[in-house]
Design a protein around this ligand. Sequence first.
Ligand code: AMP
Length: 143
Amino acid sequence: MLVAHILNEKGRDVVSIRPEATLQDAAAVLTRHRIGALIVRGEAGALMGIISERDIVRAIAELGQAGLALPVSTRMTANVAVCDESGTIAEIMETMTRFRFRHLPVVRDGKVCGIISIGDVVKSRIYETIREAEALKEYIATA
Ligand code: AMP
């Protein structure tokens, strides 16, 4: 299965935040959308980074409540790993496992056109496994 198939299924909405917003703002947006990471976009919508719930938890662990007043830009990861729609799920799983993160923005023509989370990957693997089992059962029944 390809990244494009997952995006066709789940949609291409990408929730983003500005770098000058606070971690408190970011936590509110994450909660409202029930997601684990946000794309950080600058003035013209350019990809500047990614901030995940882990970054917010770390800031709170280090600074307590004061951590929530920090700007997103101070805690985001600026060097964002991305993939494109022609990537396979196996490739994405490898990238997420190797670099230990759970979100991968999808880029087309230099612009973010979707985001894949580890939850999407697990869902697609379960779907594929069920489909394979059904195909095998059918094969055995008709053999
Ligand atoms: P996550 O597991 O996605 O919640 O993120 C764990 C850490 O990796 C956080 O510090 C994120 O800012 C960072 N991170 C998440 N996704 C990416 C990505 N695609 N590229 C680079 N860093 C990322």
